[in-house]
Design a protein around this ligand. Structure first.
Ligand SMILES: [Zn+2]
Length: 194
């Protein structure tokens, strides 16, 4: 699995030209058919996608190319999941968040639990990233809970990235930075992160 941009024709062009690196060994990825069709659930609409599959010319492992508006093994777009995380950090409960986003309460509760379980590692990872992107960045003030601190660290890293690299969807940045593993049980640094 490798996180790529959302501009599918551009991703295809770069893939065919040998411009995508294997997340495992940095070898060149080559086109290798397609993965199964999957439904991506955005806010208020669903989209059917057939992700590209690629194969590394060096280690021979295959990697599905996942667009940065998604997370690994999640059907909901990262923007939707991020909205839930932001609402939780603001003090809202999972039932209300689920209602506001038009999702099932157990689904939202699962996102929040996964994020909460990794909150300290996430906070630490994005705090370092924010300071890497903006060496002038001051200390990040505690936001009141480990959960909210992690969401705030992501927000600060996003702001630093936007001011340095230009505008981009905030939660897509969080997906790219974590190699799609924002809600995965994994140790930091995230394997395969861009
Ligand atoms: Zn490889």
């Amino acid at each position: 699995m490798k996180i790529v941009g959302t501009d599918a024709p551009e991703v295809e062009r770069v893939l065919v030209a040998g411009g995508l690196a294997c997340p495992g060994c940095a070898g060149r990825l080559r086109p290798w058919g397609h993965a199964r069709v999957r439904v991506v659930r955005h806010r208020g609409r669903e989209e059917r996608r057939r992700p590209r599959r690629s194969r590394c010319g060096r280690c021979a492992l295959t990697h599905v190319l996942v667009a940065e508006d998604c997370l690994l093994r999640r059907r909901d777009a990262v923007e939707v999941i991020g909205a839930a995380l932001t609402a939780k950090a603001a003090g809202h409960g999972h039932r209300r968040i689920a209602r506001d986003l038009g999702r099932l309460a157990p689904t939202v509760r699962n996102w929040l639990r996964r994020f909460a379980a990794g909150a300290e590692a996430i906070r630490s990872f994005f705090t370092v990233l924010a300071h890497d992107l903006d060496p002038m960045l001051g200390a990040i003030e505690p936001a009141g809970s480990a959960f909210a601190d992690a969401v705030e660290a992501i927000a600060r890293a996003v702001r630093a990235a936007v001011s340095r690299l230009g505008p981009r969807p905030p939660w897509s940045f969080a997906s790219t930075a974590t190699g799609g593993r924002l809600l995965s049980n994994t140790s930091c640094p995230y394997p395969g992160a861009a």
